[in-house]
Design a protein around this ligand. Sequence first.
Ligand code: 8YV
Length: 320
Amino acid sequence: MGPKILVARRVFPEIVARLQQHFEVDHNEGDEVLGARLAERLQGCAGVFITGSERIDQALLDACPQLKAVCAMTVGFNNVDVAACTARGVRVSNAPDVLTETTADFGFALMMAAARRLAESEHYLRRGEWTRWSIDMFAGSDIHGATLGILGMGRIGQAIARRGHLGFGMPVIYHNRSRLAPEVEASLGARWVDKDSLLCEADHLVLVLPYSPEAHHIIGARELSLMKPSATLTNIARGGIVDDAALAEALAKKTIAAAGLDVYEGEPKLNPALLEVPNIVLTPHIASASIPTRRAMANLAVDNLIAAFTGGRMPTLLNP
Ligand code: 8YV
């Protein structure tokens, strides 16, 4: 029997079976979010398989000195204090790449749903209010040929740009700290612009940047006021990047046309003002949620855990 590890949330049975070949596994099959009880549950564990729900910070590391590896099945890792882990020799991995295309599909779907008023019109139909046709009933804005704006141009941003450029003939503009190589820009039909130009020129703006303190409320009242009244905003990145109260106000006043949100400040709670505005599509943080992709994400976390304790190279180690 290998070292003991905790799988902090419920995962697919084959993932547990794979881990059991190498470890003594404590599986949180009940799936409750452990929160303050995580440190207690981790006693005696050398490794932990986490999702986005677990916080690995200084206090937790203090309480769990035997912890040697933290392996996340998510690409985003703003819930892990990587510097604190590194200082203690705790290895940390995330799960990039395997979710890129699935997440980009969803971002595109959410953007299209917002632009073409899918949720709003479905709610109207379900309320029994559809009695006749009219020329501008739920008339929205086009996707094809419209300018696609992307804030954050990593793997997922590029996958969304590719869809827009190749599939929908969209001119692509983006803002990111670092510019893409000219040949990559050319292959995506993408042009780097400063942040304010991105806000002013985009017909559909998609947020795909990682959360960091600098990115907190990077889209607030001022930024929303720069956007076109016909524009849409889609956030599949992290809650807190958008000032949700300012967004709800912009949607209510129609200073932008519509929004698609998969992530929220303080989720799974959300700002109640978002529920009051009709011109929004709301989903519960499911951009990576296809069955094959969730399997691939979990398996990548398992690959990292196994490597961490068998002397292998962790495939997606964050703190070598
Ligand atoms: C997760 C994500 O589903 O990978 C990420 O960073 O945001 C999603 O794929 C989410 O973190 C829930 O754990």
